[in-house]
Design a protein around this ligand. Sequence first.
Ligand code: GCV
Length: 725
Amino acid sequence: MQKMISKRRRNHPAPIAVVALAVLFCTAAMTQAEDGYRLWLRYDPLPSKVIEFYREHVTELVVPGNSATLDAVRAELSNGCAGLLGNAVSMANDVDHDGAVIVGTPKSSPQIARLKWEHQLALLGPDGFEIHSLVMARRQVIVIASSTEVGALYGAFHFLRLLQTLQPIDKLNIHEKPRLQLRMLDHWDNLDGSIERGYAGRSLWDWSALPEKVDPRLRDYARANASVGINGSTLNNVNADSQILSAGYLRKVAAIANTFRPYGVRVYLSARFSSPIELGGLQTADPIDREVAAWWKKKADEIYRLIPDFGGFLVKANSEGQPGPRTYNRSHAEGANMLAAALAPHNGVVIWRAFVYDMKPDSDRAAAAYDNLAPLDGKFAPNVLLQVKNGPVDFQPREPFHPLFGGMPKTQVMLEAQITQEYLGFSNHFVFLPQMWREILDSDTYAKGRGSTVSKVLDGSLYGQRLTGIAGVANTGSDRNWTGHHFGQANWYGFGRLAWNHDLTSRQVAEEWTKMTLTRDAEAIRTIAGLMLESHQAVVDYMTPLGLHHIMWGGHHYGPAPWWNTEPQPYWNPVYYHRADERGLGFDRTQTGSNAVSQYHAPVRDHFANLQTCPEELLLWFHHVSWDYRMRSGQTLWNELALHYQRGVDWTRKTRREWEALAGAIDTERHEAVAKKLAIQERDAIWWRDSCLLYFQTFSKQPLPKGVEQPQKSLDEYKAKSLVW
Ligand code: GCV
């Protein structure tokens, strides 16, 4: 091997530095703390019994071309291969050995140009790539090719993942094309460094040091995103401060954009609709006012001068106190289209949030977004996307899919998921969210008959929308391990993987992540992936089983408070949502109640509306059900509810035991950190079970069924003090 390396010809400006770096990286990897910083991009040596096989197939790297993105490809492959193979792999100008790995585009690589793959690469779009084993110049090689350099980078990460997960690499025949175009993280980061609903430390963007000083960590952030195909990042909170659009902040934003660019991550900003007043000194922000439109146009031109690949604006308008076009009696479409006109000459987009719940008194918040927006179908400009949360209320542990999916056929609808766990135990609880997102993606809207899944609405295959996308509210922060909980990383990873390919199973994502991040022990992987797949249902069980929702403590949303009724708006109070009384429990959204169910297409609405056919996991979302109602198990509603709460608690105990038994398969540092969090999760699950059951018992007036433990405190004690995290 050593001999092979010394014989290589060099094309890269600083190959010695790259190799030295790789060796350094490798040594560092062996000695560095297991604090989770490396995420899933850990390149520790492959098991000795397989390493030879991989070494034979990766003997040299042929990545010609000069650009920041190609530098990133070289650095990643060089570091990755050196770490995984336990040997530095040299850079070469041309193929002169079996086992050459050639990466690039037909433009950057003469070897790839000779293959004449332009047509097939074009079919995969700008981000797609091919990876093939083939013979070139009588040598057995692997080619990673794309029509763009960023696509080649995605291919390089894919290739490294194959190594990390011990996949065969001798007969590669891979064609990858992302199913959605915009694959974004939305950061709810404030300009003072705090993060709304953030549980992993402070914001990663140090506004006071920018633009002069850019934290090197930002490059690692971009790199991690690129490794799973995330290609956009909205830097600031949707509850936006107009200052972000000031000249000073735009220079800071440009410095971040420059850092992200080599990794294909475009920057977006949340725009405050009233910015023309606050920044521009205008009297109004009315979207049909000429001066207002001209102000936005000038602002867009200024942004693109600094950031030529700026993605566009994300807007929360007329929601939870934010200004918007409704302030001037204009529609959401009029507001969005005015901004879209300013961005269109630069190919920017407006992402308009559907999280609006202006409603008539006494109507149903779950019906409000549809009522407000569905009538505007077909009225949005071609560069507007409507960003719809997965469910009609607000990122609850479980919700039915939002009726706007399949409800606006002439609108480019994208999905907003929440990776940060606002309602799911913050960064204390272990919950694998891809399992929940799969439920939403697989939901059949029946908008155009059977098989009209949410996935098909999103990827344009149902209605042929031109722009497609998905956004996840980020769970990252300044914590050394990025996400607070080590398992929170799996949600960031899983979001990216599903954004790229929404057909991946959650098991595949769980196993992949575990192998890359935690352990290569096959038995341990099976156990951990099993727990990951069970975790979402378990959290639902101890928080909001059977379709309950929004029963958390006001303000922070961490612990339970089903009794809560003091918020100024009725629909911010848990009592509004569970409607417990002596007869029973649940929100009647059928014809006898709010009739929100009518927003779904037949037969979904009939299925939900009928007590006999409504999935029990959503029962109390759609129905007010008597305490003695017989569930499919034969248990009464009350007993079933109590048993679900107990099951959730039992799962936390089982998980702690199984995790304990994995001690030898995972490094001590991360093993102990997770064990500590699991202890908190058990404490919290008991708290949720006891508070909810004690409170609901005041209505059901029935004893706890056999198998459900007695509460640890009284209801008054639970009411007196919120659960602390
Ligand atoms: C950014 C919920 C959250 C808010 C959040 C809002 C939104 O209401 O509690 O913190 O604000 O959703 O998505 O706009």
